[in-house]
Ligand binder design. Structure first.
Ligand SMILES: Cc1cc2nc3c(=O)[nH]c(=O)nc-3n(C[C@H](O)[C@H](O)[C@H](O)COP(=O)(O)O)c2cc1C
Length: 398
């Protein structure tokens, strides 16, 4: 058995798989169900002083969409799109603290880390909410600068409206860091030009860690009725968004040097590994848990353990950032050995599939046989489209 423990901001997690802040952590009852799965941790639903954001949760609407962006009925593909709207925790802050205390007691009994999440509307209220969370005994607090919905609402000056404003993000982070002793994690929005720049701003303001990253706002519609699903704009994401998230996880890992918790696009254990290899220490999962139920988290943990054992990793920690560290800059790639594609004549059927996808026009038919010229730069597309495994391969030029 590999050692699945990780350390994040000085707090030990029994494994790196967490339930993200969302409906599976909407109440003490729901949080207990996460805790029972053996998850390393969970982030409570975001508590807020915004009545508008509390009301929005009463009007929650979600749809899983298939690859054609039709609404799924029962059969949900691996690369689903989750299109939905909900607000923040429904209870006013004082009441919510009761839920947190109850969940915290259960978490502590099960060696599970409960992270509090806050979303205020003024610097003062962000600080006040974070302090209230700290006073419950919670050891880590996450600031939700990424909630997508405030951009579409009146009277909800929170979430990504903060995450898109470097000065506001820094000011609020600083106000919270001054008000609490526990490490402060900032959850950012992908809807900025440069996430790394935002990370630097909140790190300078005192953030101990970042969550990369909340969801986008999207627009999905039904061509038959000519109307948008669930009446309009909504948060959008799903497993397909993972490469966009991992770009920022890896960039923050290599460029800033701050602990990262990853979210937005993890479906299974392999995705957790990808998030970790890109630089995340712990990984938060939401929409697939909403699809498959709480117990699915145990499958993810088991899959991670099996992978580490199969590959001979002794600890989960040792995979953190390995792929990010292996990434080369475009400039560095210029000095790599040159590759070219080579046909294996024993396997090639001369179907010409490779020719149709060669846009450097270096594959020709000569006397009925596919031939690759010396001009080949080894882009590799022919190896992907060739229907016969091994019939065309990349080789280093001799
Ligand atoms: C229905 C729903 C509710 C959410 N509520 C919150 C929230 O209250 N606070 C927060 O920080 N993020 C919230 N999120 C974002 C999730 O925590 C998570 O970061 C996001 O869904 C990406 O992870 P996933 O790809 O595993 O779904 C919510 C997401 C969904 C789908």
């Amino acid at each position: 058995m590999a050692d699945l423990r990780t350390e994040f901001c000085g707090v030990r997690f029994k494994n790196p798989v967490l339930a993200a802040s969302a409906e599976p952590t909407l109440s003490a009852e729901n949080m207990k169900r996460v805790i029972e799965t053996g998850a390393g941790g969970l982030v409570a639903k975001t508590v807020t002083d915004s009545e508008a954001m509390r009301r929005l949760t009463k009007m929650s609407k979600w749809r899983y969409l298939d690859e054609q962006h039709n609404v799924c009925r029962g059969k949900i593909p691996r690369l689903f799109t989750f299109y939905g709207r909900s607000g923040l925790a429904e209870e006013p802050p004082e009441e919510w603290m009761g839920e947190l205390k109850e969940a915290l007691a259960a978490a502590e009994q099960n060696d599970c880390v409960l992270i509090g999440s806050v979303g205020g509307t003024t610097s003062e209220n962000w600080a006040k909410l974070a302090k209230m969370v700290e006073d419950t005994g919670i050891k880590l607090v996450e600031l939700n600068f990424g909630c997508p919905h405030p951009s579409e609402m009146k009277g909800a000056q929170t979430g990504m409206l903060v995450g898109q404003d470097k000065n506001a993000a820094a000011e609020i982070t600083q106000a919270v860091v001054r008000a609490v002793k526990v490490p402060v994690i900032v959850k950012l929005t992908p809807q900025v030009a440069d996430v790394v720049e935002m990370v630097r701003a909140v790190k300078s303001a005192g953030a101990s860690a970042v969550t990369i990253i909340n969801r986008f706002v999207g627009f999905c519609l039904d061509v038959e009725t000519g109307k948008p699903y669930i009446n309009g704009w909504a948060g959008v994401g799903g497993p397909w968004v993972k490469p966009l998230t991992l770009r920022w996880v890896s960039k923050v890992y290599t460029g800033v040097g701050i602990p990262i918790t990853g979210t937005n696009g993890a479906y299974d254990w392999k995705d957790v590994v990808e998030f970790m290899m890109s630089g995340a220490t712990i990984v938060q999962i939401c929409s697939v848990v909403m699809l498959k139920g709480y117990s699915y988290l145990a499958e993810v943990i088991k899959g991670l353990d099996d992978f580490l054992n199969r590959k001979g990793y002794k600890t989960a920690q040792e995979i953190i950032g390995v792929a990010a560290r292996a990434a080369l800059s475009y400039g560095e790639m210029e000095s790599l050995p040159k590759e070219h594609a080579v046909i294996n004549r024993e396997l090639c059927t001369d179907c010409q599939r490779c020719m149709r996808s060669c846009f450097y026009n270096v594959i020709q038919l000569q006397e009925g046989q596919v031939v690759i010229s010396e001009e080949c730069r080894g882009c590799g597309i022919c190896t992907c489209v060739c229907p016969v495994p091994g019939a065309v391969n990349l080789q280093i030029r001799g």
